[in-house]
Write a protein that binds this ligand. Structure first.
Ligand code: ZN
Length: 320
């Protein structure tokens, strides 16, 4: 039996094992949780929150949104509260290197509306474990969990099929033979998450400018970007391009974690810009022994792709 066959056999043993012990909701179906859910999902259906509307529709009272079927028996958020935990089939697959998980699809069926006061219980079983599949995320097994929900009288109220992919993350050159493509393009650094508050900064870099925020009311400069002036609380601001000269205020040589697109040990410098704000960036230097507090630096740019540029510093006095 190969390792792949063993993994599959052990995971599929859960299919034959049948359903889990019954899990009963910690709280009965209730209006506050319904309200929060509707707010979070943007669901304004009046049947869920307004008694009159529900009665006009022939219901006794407000009802729970059907899609909340599996909400009532969900695990506590707080990891300190005792949890049932993930289904043990996932721990078995992890032993074989399928360490990552992603939900792929959910289907629910409803027998009736749940209403405040109902107490939901559920069982879950493994309905299927697929053969090992190759996907864009990596090689893995699709696991289908089958949930059955009942009310306080033991009567069925709905069921749910929840399919997940448990996979080995694709890592270039990590033992998994990767067919074709003999030349891998150089790895790119992870891209920043931009927000409305930081968009101008990353856009500025594409135009080869480090844009410093300046308060339009009190003229104070600030960096990193924030929506509000910390000096006068004004929300009005514009930007000023940095001249690009500064002095190393502090630095670190980063050894871990190793992100793609950088060479390690990676010098990271906190620079006092001439304008009076500090900027954190990488230092491009031939010999890391050259890095020192107080050294003068000049700004430069590292183009990863035409739409992704990082600021970098170089030593000002001869160190290239
Ligand atoms: Zn201000």
């Amino acid at each position: 039996m190969t390792v792949q066959q063993e993994a599959l056999a052990r995971a599929r043993a859960f299919v034959a094992a049948g359903p889990s012990p019954v899990v009963t909701a910690r709280d009965p179906v209730n209006q506050p949780m319904i309200r929060r859910w509707c707010e979070a999902m943007g669901d304004a259906n009046p049947l869920y929150q307004h008694r009159e509307a529900a009665q006009q529709a022939g219901l006794d009272d407000v009802v729970s949104p059907p899609a909340m079927l599996d909400v009532w028996t969900m695990e506590p958020y707080n990891p300190l509260v005792e949890r049932v935990g993930d289904h043990p089939v996932f721990a078995v697959l992890e032993e074989y290197g399928f360490t990552r998980i992603v939900a792929t699809n959910v289907e629910q069926e409803y027998d009736r509306y749940l209403a405040p006061g109902d107490l939901v219980s559920m069982t879950v079983r493994v309905a299927d474990v697929s053969d090992e599949k190759r996907t864009g995320l990596g090689d893995g097994h699709f696991v289908t969990l089958w949930y059955e929900f009942t009310d306080q009288h033991g009567a069925p109220v709905g069921r749910m099929s929840f399919r997940l992919l448990k996979f080995k993350p694709r890592v270039a050159g990590a033992g998994q033979p990767r067919e074709e493509k003999p030349e891998q393009p150089p790895a790119e650094p992870p891209r920043p998450i931009t927000t409305p508050d930081t968009k101008h900064f990353w856009k500025g870099l594409i135009d080869r400018q480090v844009l410093i925020q300046q308060c339009s009311d009190c003229n104070e400069l600030r960096h990193p970007p924030t929506p509000m002036c910390p000096h006068c609380r004004s929300m009005k601001w514009h930007t000023l391009p940095a001249v690009g000269r500064g002095v190393i205020h502090s630095f670190a040589l980063i050894h871990q974690p190793k992100l793609p697109g950088f060479e390690y040990p990676l010098p990271v410098v906190l620079v006092d810009l001439e304008e009076g704000v500090r900027l954190l960036a990488n230092l491009v230097v031939a010999d890391n022994a050259e890095v020192a507090v107080g050294r003068k630096v000049v700004l430069d740019f590292r183009e990863i792709t035409p739409d992704f540029v990082l600021p970098v510093f170089r030593l000002d006095d001869g160190g290239q």
